[in-house]
Design a protein around this ligand. Structure first.
Ligand SMILES: [Zn+2]
Length: 383
């Protein structure tokens, strides 16, 4: 179901909020894409500096005796006792350390840092296995309490907590465990701010306006957090800050977590690009450069793209631009939501037909050196 909303009211509560899935109805197939949502401008893009300075601020497992699984095995012995919940200095924490700390109800900063350190090197499957154990052992509340913080280091509000339980309960965004243990989520009065729900790459925190949340159900807040936490995750793993790709994949994050069908990633990414061009009047808004994405970010983006009905060329910059120029750029984003979707559906079909016919627009191959010399000679003689 697609819901029409004014593009000028980003983040407004979806009209289908009343039918949002309940906590127990895991993975209800309720598409959450609405017009104009989650297109925050870039409040601090310039403050993040050049892409070369954006390194992954994760804690490395310096105590690990090797790569990957050796660290997990190292501290397992005796880790089931409460006394062993905190790993000795210099050793990498294990899942037993994490679970034991959660069972003990620990929520101090040291425990949070240890959880972040444990999850930092884990990809999707490993994060999922670890979070599944935490869910199976009934420790989700303790996990949220141990990891979620606001910018001042205080626990997050109950509404944020409830939404985080939905996000982490979906089982599909478990790589966010690291994000939760490292990125603060602050609910505050942002009435004076233009943006009400956003990730700030300057202070590396998610900010949610109290008044805006008060009109939203838990699932709506969970949708917002799935999106904003993607920005945070991307920022920590070599993404490119606010950009059409970052926004589009942030939108896909919610669909990936909370719906089961395919979705049109071209609509999400190209739609963001055109949203900025046609509604925000920022024609220079970029697709973003994800060539520095680390393996953890690439894996998550590939997972999101695995359900993309458009097969957007998100990791081929030239094709991404060329197909936008030919098929999607002619569409005005500033129009009725449903007619926009209809136009995008047609453009998607046209793009795929062109690919199948081998007439997809691509940049011309560089000429070979001999041809370049001939062209140069021709130009000399004014041909
Ligand atoms: Zn966003």
């Amino acid at each position: 179901m697609k819901v029409a909303e004014s593009a000028s009211t980003p983040h407004s509560t979806p009209a289908h909020a009343a039918e949002a899935p309940k906590t127990t109805e895991k993975k209800a197939a309720a598409p959450v894409r609405v017009a104009g949502d989650s297109f925050e401008p870039a409040p601090a893009r310039t403050s993040t500096g050049a892409s070369g300075s954006r390194t992954t601020p994760t804690v490395t497992r310096t105590g690990s005796t090797g790569t990957g699984t050796t660290g997990a095995a190292a501290g397992r012995t005796g880790a089931t006792t409460a006394a062993a919940a905190t790993p000795p200095a210099g050793t990498a924490p294990t899942l037993d350390n994490v679970v034991d700390s959660l069972k003990a109800g620990k929520k101090d900063d040291e425990t949070r840092a240890m959880i972040g350190q444990y999850f930092a090197p884990l990809g999707m499957a490993e994060s999922n296995a670890a979070m599944q154990r935490i869910r199976d052992e009934g420790l989700m509340d303790n996990f949220i309490d141990a990891t979620a913080r606001d910018k001042d280091g205080n626990p997050v509000t109950q509404e944020a907590k409830d939404a985080l339980k939905l996000v982490m309960g979906s089982g599909r965004l478990d790589v966010y465990a690291e994000t939760l243990a490292t990125v603060p989520i602050t609910v505050a009065d942002l009435g004076s701010s233009k943006e009400k729900l956003y990730y700030d790459p300057g202070s590396k925190g998610v900010f949610l306006d109290q008044a805006s949340l008060s009109s939203m159900g838990s699932q709506d807040v969970a949708n917002v957090l799935a999106h904003e936490m993607f920005h945070a995750f991307s920022d920590a793993h070599g993404g490119d800050g606010y950009s059409a790709l970052d926004e589009g994949f942030g939108i896909a994050a919610r669909e990936y977590a909370f719906s089961d069908g395919n979705y049109n990633l071209a609509e999400m990414v190209y739609g963001t690009k055109s949203f900025y061009r046609d509604i925000r009047h920022e024609p220079s808004y970029q697709f973003g450069d994800f060539s520095n994405a680390d393996p953890k970010l690439k894996e998550l983006m590939q997972a999101f793209a695995s359900r993309d009905s458009s097969q957007l060329a998100w990791d081929k910059p030239d094709q991404l631009q060329a197909e936008y120029d030919k098929f999607f750029s002619p569409i005005n984003r500033n129009q009725d939501w449903n007619s926009w979707l209809a136009a995008v559906d047609q453009a998607t079909k046209d793009m795929q037909a062109a690919r199948a016919a081998g007439t997809s627009p691509t940049k011309p191959e560089p000429k070979n050196p001999i041809q370049q010399i001939i062209d140069w000679l021709s130009s000399l003689f004014g041909k």
